[in-house]
Design a protein around this ligand. Structure first.
Ligand SMILES: [Zn+2]
Length: 159
Protein backbone atom coordinates (compact mmCIF):
# COMPACT_ATOMS: atom_id res chain seq x y z
CA UNK A 1 0.00 0.00 0.00
CA UNK A 2 1.14 3.56 -0.62
CA UNK A 3 0.48 6.99 0.90
CA UNK A 4 -3.32 7.47 0.38
CA UNK A 5 -4.18 4.17 2.05
CA UNK A 6 -1.75 4.76 4.90
CA UNK A 7 -3.52 8.07 5.61
CA UNK A 8 -7.03 6.70 5.11
CA UNK A 9 -6.64 3.81 7.57
CA UNK A 10 -5.85 5.94 10.66
CA UNK A 11 -8.39 8.59 9.61
CA UNK A 12 -11.05 5.88 9.51
CA UNK A 13 -9.87 4.37 12.80
CA UNK A 14 -9.94 7.76 14.52
CA UNK A 15 -13.68 7.98 13.81
CA UNK A 16 -14.33 4.86 15.88
CA UNK A 17 -11.53 4.84 18.47
CA UNK A 18 -10.62 7.45 21.09
CA UNK A 19 -7.33 8.39 19.45
CA UNK A 20 -5.79 11.66 18.22
CA UNK A 21 -6.25 11.79 14.45
CA UNK A 22 -3.14 13.82 13.61
CA UNK A 23 -0.81 11.65 15.68
CA UNK A 24 -2.40 8.46 14.30
CA UNK A 25 -1.86 9.68 10.72
CA UNK A 26 1.75 10.61 11.52
CA UNK A 27 2.32 7.12 12.95
CA UNK A 28 0.51 5.67 9.93
CA UNK A 29 2.98 7.16 7.47
CA UNK A 30 6.12 7.00 9.65
CA UNK A 31 7.35 3.52 8.59
CA UNK A 32 7.42 4.61 4.93
CA UNK A 33 8.90 8.03 5.72
CA UNK A 34 11.83 6.35 7.46
CA UNK A 35 12.35 3.35 5.19
CA UNK A 36 11.73 5.03 1.84
CA UNK A 37 14.14 7.81 2.82
CA UNK A 38 16.71 5.21 3.89
CA UNK A 39 16.35 3.39 0.56
CA UNK A 40 15.68 6.07 -2.09
CA UNK A 41 17.46 9.10 -0.61
CA UNK A 42 20.21 7.84 1.68
CA UNK A 43 20.83 4.51 -0.13
CA UNK A 44 21.43 3.06 3.32
CA UNK A 45 19.12 0.06 2.93
CA UNK A 46 18.53 -2.70 0.37
CA UNK A 47 14.80 -3.01 1.07
CA UNK A 48 12.12 -0.33 1.39
CA UNK A 49 10.83 -2.08 4.53
CA UNK A 50 13.91 -1.89 6.70
CA UNK A 51 14.23 -1.02 9.52
CA UNK A 52 10.97 0.77 10.41
CA UNK A 53 8.59 -1.97 9.20
CA UNK A 54 9.94 -4.36 11.85
CA UNK A 55 8.10 -5.30 15.05
CA UNK A 56 11.12 -4.06 17.00
CA UNK A 57 10.70 -0.54 15.57
CA UNK A 58 6.94 -0.69 16.13
CA UNK A 59 7.37 -1.58 19.81
CA UNK A 60 10.30 0.81 20.42
CA UNK A 61 8.61 3.84 18.84
CA UNK A 62 5.29 3.05 20.56
CA UNK A 63 7.03 2.89 23.94
CA UNK A 64 8.96 6.10 23.25
CA UNK A 65 5.82 7.98 22.23
CA UNK A 66 3.90 6.56 25.19
CA UNK A 67 6.63 7.71 27.55
CA UNK A 68 6.71 11.16 25.93
CA UNK A 69 2.94 11.41 26.31
CA UNK A 70 3.12 10.32 29.93
CA UNK A 71 5.79 12.91 30.70
CA UNK A 72 4.27 15.78 28.72
CA UNK A 73 0.52 15.13 29.07
CA UNK A 74 0.32 12.83 32.08
CA UNK A 75 -1.50 10.10 30.18
CA UNK A 76 -0.70 7.13 27.96
CA UNK A 77 -3.04 7.89 25.04
CA UNK A 78 -0.27 9.09 22.75
CA UNK A 79 1.28 5.64 22.99
CA UNK A 80 -2.00 3.91 22.20
CA UNK A 81 -2.65 6.30 19.32
CA UNK A 82 0.83 5.78 17.92
CA UNK A 83 0.55 2.00 18.24
CA UNK A 84 -2.82 1.98 16.42
CA UNK A 85 -1.59 4.16 13.54
CA UNK A 86 1.67 2.26 13.18
CA UNK A 87 0.00 -1.15 13.42
CA UNK A 88 -2.48 -0.14 10.72
CA UNK A 89 0.44 0.71 8.45
CA UNK A 90 2.03 -2.70 9.01
CA UNK A 91 -1.33 -4.44 8.56
CA UNK A 92 -1.98 -2.63 5.26
CA UNK A 93 1.49 -3.59 4.04
CA UNK A 94 0.64 -7.28 4.52
CA UNK A 95 -1.65 -7.16 1.48
CA UNK A 96 -0.18 -9.20 -1.40
CA UNK A 97 1.80 -9.15 -3.61
CA UNK A 98 4.30 -7.25 -1.43
CA UNK A 99 2.90 -8.63 1.83
CA UNK A 100 6.20 -9.41 3.49
CA UNK A 101 7.43 -7.66 6.62
CA UNK A 102 10.82 -8.02 8.35
CA UNK A 103 9.40 -9.89 11.35
CA UNK A 104 12.82 -11.07 12.59
CA UNK A 105 14.92 -7.94 11.96
CA UNK A 106 17.60 -7.28 13.27
CA UNK A 107 18.25 -10.99 14.00
CA UNK A 108 17.72 -11.74 10.30
CA UNK A 109 19.15 -9.22 7.79
CA UNK A 110 16.77 -10.08 4.87
CA UNK A 111 19.66 -9.75 2.41
CA UNK A 112 17.73 -11.95 -0.02
CA UNK A 113 15.15 -9.17 -0.51
CA UNK A 114 16.25 -6.25 -2.69
CA UNK A 115 13.79 -3.51 -3.68
CA UNK A 116 13.58 -2.17 -7.22
CA UNK A 117 15.14 1.20 -7.96
CA UNK A 118 11.75 2.82 -8.55
CA UNK A 119 8.30 2.10 -7.10
CA UNK A 120 5.59 0.65 -9.36
CA UNK A 121 3.80 4.02 -9.75
CA UNK A 122 6.99 5.44 -11.32
CA UNK A 123 7.34 2.54 -13.73
CA UNK A 124 9.42 0.33 -11.44
CA UNK A 125 7.38 -2.82 -11.94
CA UNK A 126 3.90 -4.22 -12.52
CA UNK A 127 0.91 -2.54 -10.91
CA UNK A 128 -0.11 -4.53 -7.79
CA UNK A 129 -3.82 -4.53 -8.66
CA UNK A 130 -5.05 -6.31 -5.54
CA UNK A 131 -3.28 -3.87 -3.26
CA UNK A 132 -4.31 -0.86 -5.37
CA UNK A 133 -7.95 -2.02 -5.38
CA UNK A 134 -8.03 -2.50 -1.61
CA UNK A 135 -6.33 0.86 -1.14
CA UNK A 136 -8.90 2.58 -3.38
CA UNK A 137 -11.72 0.98 -1.39
CA UNK A 138 -10.11 2.06 1.89
CA UNK A 139 -9.72 5.66 0.71
CA UNK A 140 -13.31 5.69 -0.59
CA UNK A 141 -14.57 4.32 2.75
CA UNK A 142 -12.64 6.96 4.72
CA UNK A 143 -13.97 9.75 2.48
CA UNK A 144 -17.53 8.44 2.73
CA UNK A 145 -17.40 8.13 6.53
CA UNK A 146 -15.95 11.66 6.82
CA UNK A 147 -18.58 13.15 4.50
CA UNK A 148 -21.42 11.40 6.34
CA UNK A 149 -20.06 12.48 9.71
CA UNK A 150 -19.74 16.11 8.62
CA UNK A 151 -23.20 16.08 7.05
CA UNK A 152 -24.69 14.67 10.26
CA UNK A 153 -22.89 17.30 12.33
CA UNK A 154 -24.16 20.08 10.03
CA UNK A 155 -27.74 18.77 10.24
CA UNK A 156 -27.51 18.63 14.04
CA UNK A 157 -26.43 22.29 14.17
CA UNK A 158 -29.19 23.37 11.77
CA UNK A 159 -32.00 21.67 13.72
ZN1 LIG B 1 5.09 0.60 4.33
Amino acid sequence: MIFPGHVAAPVLASRYLDIDRRLAVLAGVMPDLIDKAAFYVLHASHWTRLPAHSPLFFVATSLAVALAGRLLRRDWRWGLTWAVGYALHLLCDLIPPDGILPWAWPWHAYGEIVSRGRPWFLGGGPVPWLSVSIEAALVAAALLVELLHRRRARLAVDS
